[in-house]
Design a protein around this ligand. Sequence first.
Ligand code: PAF
Length: 287
Amino acid sequence: MTTMVHTRADLRAAMHTYAGELGVVMTMGALHDGHRELIRVARRRCEVTVVTVFLNPLQFAAGEDLSRYPQTLESDMVICTDEGVDVVFAPSVAEVYPLGEHPQVRVQAGPLGNVLEGASRPGHFDGVLTVVAKLLHLTGPDVAYFGQKDAQQLLLIRRMVQDLDFPVEVLAVPTVRDSDGLALSSRNGYLTEGDRSAALALSRSLAAGVGAAVEGPAAVRRAALAVLDAHPDVGLDYLALVEPATLLDVPADFFGTALLAVAAKVGTTRLIDNAVLEIGGAPVPVS
Ligand code: PAF
């Protein structure tokens, strides 16, 4: 049976009824098959699974899509029940930020939070890390599962957990894609039919980059950009080939594992995607 709770007190009471390894999957709701996969991976290992559903205002800047972000708690609950989740924690904003929506003390992401997504969305990762820290304290998991699609978020959560000694293991779950390659995202619901087909340029550019990995960084960038350049309806924000732990651009003579990350606006929707690739070695399929 899946129990839904909305307050810290009810969460604490519910958690007292469970024993065993606890896995948490944090979400902003509007659950899709990518979330299902996170839950399934968590359930394969953990005796108890908690899903948090909280649309965190702190990680949205003015003018971003907070007000139109899909909120579908009823169907989220159906998915969680279907997947055998034990507890769904769906708090209000006031429950998470009882002293006001703009907490004075926050987690600062630091330099890794100022590049790529952070350069386009200043303060975004401070908001993400602050709520993730709070939800880790509130749920007290042994393992927390995050999607590889948000590669920079995953890296920063790992850094926060290490730097601030959170007693939790952070595990990555590969990106789930539609059969045509589009990475699943709650924001895909904003896409018109035309947008959706234009949005395929992101995963196709990554696949082109992965295909050129044996030829080195310049070839990867060239191949990926060629796909994006052929789609003037896709407003490229960045295409970056970076070292996965530092997010610094890989040099021209780089060999080894790199992250190819892309962000673009399609219609009114900002989308991100990424692939991990082995530069100078055998191509790794887009995950
Ligand atoms: O990836 C998300 O859905 C959010 O950034 C997270 C981790 C749930 C924090 O609000």
